[in-house]
Ligand binder design. Structure first.
Ligand code: NAP
Length: 293
């Protein structure tokens, strides 16, 4: 379930064991990793775009398994030792399931955010950053995603600034160093409280949380990178155990608390890196194979 790095790797491993497998993906191959401007920490690749990495991984996975895009699992039911999966296209019976459902970008949760999506608000600089070349753009957030968006937008020639609610970034040091080296300004202790415009976003109100002073600034776009929420509702609906943040709990063999149901990738929380997702996918696949009923 899911064709991001974890699901694709699991597909490679399970398929190579000669099992009849299928990767069901509710959207397109790749998941959030499609939005990684540059992957520079996956062993074997000094630097590769997320899209190129996924293209290569998917090509490899297709040698061993089927990948079906736009097929969403809507219900999972366990009966007589088998898993019955209902999707928007049909039904399957499986001996094991590996959940690699990833995460979804969190929204800011302010008025008109939905209205301006694609009209100034974005969550993916890889997808549409080029439209903002030479224009004023803000990135909201202080984590790795915000840092990567800001660096990518700067490279595209945007006039980019980061708005962060605290006075230190949580992004990894190498990203922070690049931000400073490229002279990307950071508006500290600040949050975006209002979005203004008619059809297109024209300006935003930024509030300094220390002084409580509001300032309206004209922008062509803002990129929101305020974290993620795990796609674990379906797993929860079949009784899989979640932690307090909604991530699926697992043991070191990537087993959930339900026999024959495994989990891998960002939906497990922890260190959310492509290399970790791939590793977890491999562990889940090997255990699923070795413990087939
Ligand atoms: P994240 O690490 O959870 O960071 C979210 C950022 O948004 C934090 O700085 C947080 O502020 C801020 N924030 C949260 N809610 C907010 C709100 N309502 N208003 C304003 N700011 C808000 O999320 P992420 O950057 O999307 O990364 C998600 C995971 O993927 C992480 O594990 C990350 O390491 C991983 N990732 C890795 C890479 C890489 O390795 N190159 C790239 C992208 C993502 P505070 O700091 O105050 O909490």
């Amino acid at each position: 379930m899911g064709a991001g790095p974890a699901g694709l790797t699991a597909g490679i491993y399970v398929g190579r064991e000669g099992l009849k497998t299928k990767i069901l993906e509710k959207g397109v191959i790749g998941g959030n990793a499609n939005n990684a401007p540059l992957v520079a920490n996956f062993p074997g690749f000094q630097s590769i775009t997320g899209i190129e990495f996924l293209k290569k991984t998917a090509e490899q996975a297709k040698m061993y398994t089927n990948i079906v895009e736009y097929e969403e699992i809507t219900k999972i039911h366990k009966t007589d030792g088998k898993l019955l999966l209902t999707t928007n296209k049909g039904e399957y019976s499986a001996k094991a399931l590996i959940i690699c459902s990833g995460t979804t970008y969190r929204k800011l949760g302010i008025k008109d955010e939905g209205k301006f999506i694609g009209r100034g608000i974005s969550y993916c600089s890889i997808c549409d950053g080029m439209f903002f070349k030479g224009k004023e753009v803000l990135v909201v957030g202080g984590g790795n995603s915000a840092a990567e968006h800001a660096l990518h937008l700067k490279d595209l020639g945007c006039n980019v600034k980061i708005v962060h609610r605290r006075n230190t970034l949580r992004a990894q040091k190498y990203l922070q160093d690049k931000i400073h080296a490229k002279g990307i300004p950071i508006i500290w202790n600040s949050i975006v409280t209002e979005l203004k415009g008619n059809n297109l976003l024209k300006s935003v109100v930024i509030r300094n949380t220390k002084t409580e002073i509001d300032k309206e600034v004209e922008v062509a776009g803002i990129y929101i990178a305020v974290g993620e929420t795990p796609n674990s509702e379906l797993a929860a609906s079949m009784g899989v155990d979640l932690d307090e943040l909604g991530y699926i709990t697992t043991d070191k063999n990537q087993r959930t608390d339900i026999p024959q149901v495994y989990v891998a990738g960002d939906v497990t929380g922890g260190v959310q890196q492509i290399v970790v997702a791939c590793g977890e996918g491999a562990v889940a696949a090997v255990n699923a194979y070795q413990n087939l009923p």
